[in-house]
Design a protein around this ligand. Sequence first.
Ligand code: SF4
Length: 344
Amino acid sequence: MFEPSYLSLLRSGELRRRAALLDARLEACDICPWDCRVNRREGQTKVCLSGYLPVVAAWTPHFGEEPALSGSHLGKGKAGGTGNVFLGHCNLRCAYCQNFQISQGLKRGQKPGMSFEELAGVLLELQQRGCHNIGFVSPTHFVPQIVRAVELAAKRGLRLPLVYNTNAYDEVSVLRLLEGIFDIYLPDMKYSDDEAAWEYSKAPRYVEHSRAAVAEMYRQMGDELLLDEQGLARRGLIIRLLILPNDLAGLRETLEWIRGALSPRVTLSVMTQYFPAGRATEERFALLGRRIRASEYEKVLGWLEELGFENGWVQPLEAQAPDYYRPDFGDPSMPFADARDFMP
Ligand code: SF4
C-alpha cells in the first residue's frame, strides 16, 4: 500500500521542523540561487516579486502531463489527472514562457496571497476531485509556504504523492530540506549554455545551478521511477527536456551530462510542444520565433538512441500545443496523451 513519505515526516514531527527551517530563510531570502536577502516575512520582494503569502494563480486537474503523472494511458473516464497548482510569479524570466500571464504578467502585489490554510484546502479539494497526485507548477520561490500548507493538509487527510515541477533554478541546500517531502521531482533542464540562459531566461549561471539541483534530486531519488500497478508514478525523478528551435537549449550537451553525471537509466521526458509564446514573437528574439522542425526533432531522437537512454517518453512531433494554451482553463490539449515510450 503506497504511502507518501511526507506522512512519516508528519508523524515524527520532522515535517514541522523542516517547515520552520524553510520559513526562517524567508527573513533574508536565499530560497533560490538569486540569493536576494530581502525579508519576505515582512512583505519585502525582489526578483520573484513574491512576498510572504503564496500566490496561487489557478488549480485544476490537468490531463496533459506525462502519462505516469496524469494517468492519460488509463483511458477515458479513468484518468483523474494531475492536480496542478499554478504558483504566481517566477524566479526566471523566460521570453517564451507558456504560462506568461501568471509567471510574468502579474504585477507585484496584484494578486493577493492565500493563507496557508486556504492552500491546504486547495490540495484537499484536488484530492477530493480524484487527482492522482498534486503537481506544484513553478514552486521554487514559494516552497516554504508550500511545505507549511502540506503539513496542514496532511493532518487533514492528504494522501497523494507530491510533484515538484520546476525550472531547475533551485538552491541545493533548500532541496536537501525537501528530502522525503516531495515524492516526484520534475525538473526542466532548460539550457547547457549560460549565455543562452541569460539571453532567454535572465538566469545567471543557470547551467551550474540547474545541474547541481538535478544532481541533488538524483541523490535523493536514484534512477528508478517507481510505478504502481496502474502505471502511475509514486516516487522518482523525471527530467524534462524541451526542444527549442535552433537548438537553443543545447540538448546534446545536457544529455551527455545526464548520462555521465547521473545515469542513462534516468527517466526523460522530451517535449516538442514549444511555440513562440510571451515575448518570443518580438524581433529581438528572432531565433525563438517558430515551432521546431522535423529535422530538429529527429536529431534529438538520434541522440537519445546513440547515448543509450532507456526510460521515458517523447512527445510526438504532431502533438505540439496550440498557440492559446491556457492552464487556468485546464486546457486538455494533452501533449503527452499519445506519447510513446522510446525504449520499451
Ligand atoms: S525566492 Fe525570490 S526573493 Fe528569494 S532568492 Fe529567489 S528570487 Fe530572490
